[in-house]
Every structure is written in C-alpha cells, then in structure tokens.
Write a protein that binds this ligand. Structure first.
Ligand code: SAH
Ligand code: SF4
Ligand code: F3S
Length: 459
C-alpha cells in the first residue's frame, strides 16, 4: 500500500523546489504526497534559517509532530519525522539533541540520499537503541543534481520551478545562505534544458529559474564553454517559442553585481521573458552596503535600473531591504528611502535585521536597538506600499496576461499572476486553475488587483 508523505515547506522558492525533488526521490519507495497531515506515514519539515523567527518555527512544529508520532506508536504504527532545509543544515546536531524523536535530519545538499538514510533510520529503530536520529548534513563532493531522479512524481501545476544554480560565495555579512547552501554551483545547460523539457511536458505555462544567486549562473554550455544566464535564457526561449508560444520565463534571485549587459539586453530581446525582475539591494547607504559586503554602491544599482528600463521600459522591479543593520544611522536609513524613491518599485519586501549565529554581522558592535529598527521598518514599508499601490493603480483599465494558479477566498474566485508578478483576483464561474487569459484590470491596490476576463475583442 502506498505510504503517505506530508511535506511542510518554509522559506524561499528554492525550498519549494527541493520539497518537490524530495517527493521525487521518495516516490520509487512507494511514498505518495498527501495534503492532510493526519494521514501521514512520514513528514518532512523543510526549514528556513534566514531570520530568527523563521528558524524558531521548527521547534514549535516539531512539538505537534511528536504528539502525532506518539499517538501512532500507541496504535502500533509510526510516523517518520524528517527535518530538511537550512535549519537542518545549520543546526542539525542541536536539532537531534533537542528533539530526540526526530528520525532524520537531512541537509540541503544530501537529500538525494533519502532512501539510504531512511533505511539507516529504520535499522536504528529496529535495533531499539532508543538511539538518536540520523544526521546527514555533509556537503558531498559530487552534486546532488547528478543523483536526482529524472521523473517528476507530481505535476507542479501552472508554474514550474527549476533550480539552475545553488549556493552563494558572496558572504553578505548578515546572511546565513553561504553556510546553509554551500558554495556556488551552476548546473550544465544540458541538464537545465532536459529538466525544462520535462516541466513543459507536465503542462506548465511559466518556468521560474532559481538560484540563490541565479544571475551568477555560469554553467557549461552546449558547446562545452561557460555560458551566461543571458545566453541560457535565449536558448531556452528559442527552444519552446514555436511549440509553446505562451510559455513565459522569469529568474530569481539576482545580485546587482552579476547583472551584466547581456542579461540586461535579454530583457529587451527575449520575447518569453517576463517584464519583471527581483533585484534586492538591502540598503541605500554606501557605508551600510560596504558593511554588508554587498560589493557595490547605491549609484551602481540605480545605473542598472536605468539600463533595465532602457532595455524594457515597462519592467516591474521588486527588491528586498533590511532595516537596522549594525551601525545604520538615521542618515543612512534616509538614504534607503531616497534610493527607493529613485528606483520606483512595483513591490518591495523589507525585514528587520536579525543577527544570525555564525555570520560576521552578528559580531559587529553598534547593534541598532530593536525599537529603532522597527520604526524604520514601518517607514520603509509605508513608502513601498505607496509605490506598489501607485504601480497597481496605473494598471487599471489595462489588459494583463494572467496565469491562474490558486483558489481565492471567495467561492468562484481564483488568484493569478500577471506578467509583472502582481496578484490578480478574478471571480468567474468558468475559470479553472491553469487558465492563462487576458484580464482587464478594474482595481489596483497595494497588494493585489481585481479584474475580469477580457472579452476576445479586447485581448
Ligand atoms: N539570495 C538573495 C537573498 C536570499 S535571503 C539575495 O542575494 O538577495 C532573502 C532576503 O532575506 C534577503 O534579500 C534579505 O533582505 C533578507 N535577509 C537575509 N538575511 C537577513 C537577516 N539576517 N536579517 C534580516 N533579513 C535578512
Ligand atoms: Fe545571502 Fe548575500 Fe548570498 Fe544573497 S548574495 S544569498 S544575501 S550572502
Ligand atoms: Fe531560507 Fe534557506 Fe531559502 S535560509 S530563504 S530556505 S536558502
């Protein structure tokens, strides 16, 4: 009988991708995914370590799973508990100590080994050592990508994620990612294309190319040389342009330092590339950027924005920001607001600085008081909301291409994403998930838009 696998995913889109791949790895063992935790024979909590709050969630969630496991054991069964992702990678040993009922802790580069690890966990349990869970958090010498199955066990739906790059060598002083994901690795173009073929065969309409530093991709090209992301995008677009003219592409997350002219030009030339780019800067003051080890100045960033708009005038930009990085003064923060005003974002994500264990930032003097970071966060959020509301309001009356991928809260309502990645709500009894339709925008607000299906003539 099929065993039921429940996966809870936290964190970024890379974790969403990893969760899907873990399901692929376990499918040949007879595990089928379930959306109901109560049915689960096995749970994987795929964790995020980026900020303190994200990391804390793991332990409270594990508390619930411990109760489920003990209840199942009382009935003569069991629930296998695995912790994966970035908390597993960063705090695996502590996890096993604090939560001895966890069967398996598997890091971000080791999950292709899940079948062997599960077998080991099973043996440990049979032996009745009362022993500890299995810890697998090494960074193996060869890439997990060479060992993942080709088969996609569950169709992803309208949007497919495709990891083309992983890890990070940038070492921003606030960030755990270089430690939780390891060194930068680019998959060869051949492997990326093969996976794109498989995703397209499942019926996706959008493919998001993923990497912690996706625009640093420099994988082996089809000709044996190193390619750039601009080149890869052109090849992918051309491959499907005739057979799947609706297919659209985006990539995330990009670092300003890797935004080369060829990639910028691709935004004007690659028809299937969405007019959207998530390009975090984190702060607008050069002193703070330097302390963060970002490796560029505010004006370099604004120059890139200018070039992107020259290449693709309607491009929508989003960014990430951190308030209260150690040493950030009022004047520094004012420069973040100035940069936001100059860049004009369609969407922005701002976070209060969270000192992460093991990062250089956590050791810096002049940590900013929490109340000050919060106050700055609210001011920044207000400005970003104003900008997204303005961007969305300017879309009223326009017809946007919306890919519907989620149910809305109201009956008959679905939520989709436009080419600018805005969330669009439409109520229409004929709508189905996966529909990709022209939608006339009737209302634009800070976080969403309302619309109705455009009549054919209008499209
Ligand atoms: N690879 C991406 C970022 C991944 S983390 C990049 O290079 O931009 C996503 C976002 O979380 C970051 O852009 C940053 O804004 C935020 N973040 C990361 N570490 C943080 C920390 N210690 N405190 C607060 N926010 C943080
Ligand atoms: Fe973290 Fe910086 Fe690497 Fe992004 S570029 S993942 S913020 S270290
Ligand atoms: Fe979180 Fe790891 Fe992604 S720390 S943001 S899940 S790379």
């Amino acid at each position: 009988m099929a065993k039921k696998l429940f996966i809870k995913t936290h964190g970024c889109q890379m974790n969403v991708y990893d969760s899907a791949r873990m399901a692929d790895v376990l499918a040949p063992l007879g595990y089928a995914k379930t959306e109901t935790p109560d049915d689960a024979d096995m749970v994987i909590i795929n964790t995020c370590h980026i900020r303190e709050k994200a990391a804390e969630k793991v332990f409270s969630e594990l508390g619930h799973w411990r109760i489920r496991k003990h209840a199942a054991q009382a009935r003569g069964g069991d629930v296998t508990i695995a912790v994966a992702g970035c908390v597993a990678q960063a705090e695996g040993a502590e996890l096993i100590n604090r939560a001895p009922f966890v069967d398996l802790v598997v890091g971000s580069q080791a999950y292709h080994q899940l079948p062997e690890l599960l077998a080991r966990a099973e043996r440990a349990r049979v032996k009745g050592t009362g022993g500890r869970g299995i810890l697998a958090t090494d960074f193996p010498v060869d890439s997990k990508f060479d060992h993942l199955p080709d088969e996609i066990s569950t169709a992803p739906g309208p949007v497919g994620y495709l990891a083309i790059q992983e890890g990070c060598d940038k070492f921003c002083t606030f960030c755990v990612v270089p430690y939780t994901r390891g060194a930068e690795y680019s998959r060869p173009a051949q492997a990326v294309i093969a996976e794109a073929d498989r995703l397209v065969a499942t019926g996706v309409t959008e493919i998001a190319l993923l990497g912690q530093n996706v625009n640093a991709w420099h994988g082996e090209g089809l000709d044996g040389g190193a390619w750039s992301l601009g080149r890869l995008l052109r090849v992918l677009n051309d491959r499907f342009a005739k057979t799947h003219p609706q297919l659209r592409w985006r990539y995330t997350t990009s670092h300003p330092r890797e935004m080369d002219d060829d990639l910028i030009a691709a935004h004007g030339e690659v028809a299937g590339l969405m007019p959207f780019l998530h390009l975090p800067i984190q702060a607008g003051s050069d002193a703070v950027l330097k302390a963060m080890n970002r490796g560029h100045r505010a004006e370099d960033y604004l120059r890139i924005v200018e070039k992107l708009r020259a290449a693709r005038p309607d491009i929508a930009l989003s960014g990430d920001f951190i308030t209260g990085f150690p040493g950030e003064s009022d004047t520094d923060f004012e420069q973040t607001l100035e940069l936001v005003r100059a860049a004009r974002y369609a969407a922005g994500y701002s976070f209060k600085y969270s000192a992460r264990p093991g990062t250089p930032g956590s050791l810096l003097a002049r940590q900013v008081p929490d109340a000050v970071s919060s106050e700055r966060l609210y001011a920044l959020q207000a400005l970003l909301q104003e900008q997204s509301a303005a961007f969305n309001r300017a879309c009223e009356g326009r017809v946007l291409d919306v890919l519907f991928d989620r149910p809305g809260k109201l009956p008959g309502q679905l939520i989709g994403r436009s080419q600018y990645l805005q969330a669009i709500y439409v109520s229409d009894p004929s709508l189905r998930i996966g529909d990709f339709l022209p939608v006339t925008i009737t209302g634009g607000y800070a976080n969403s838009l309302a619309g109705e299906i455009a009549r054919r003539e209008a499209a």
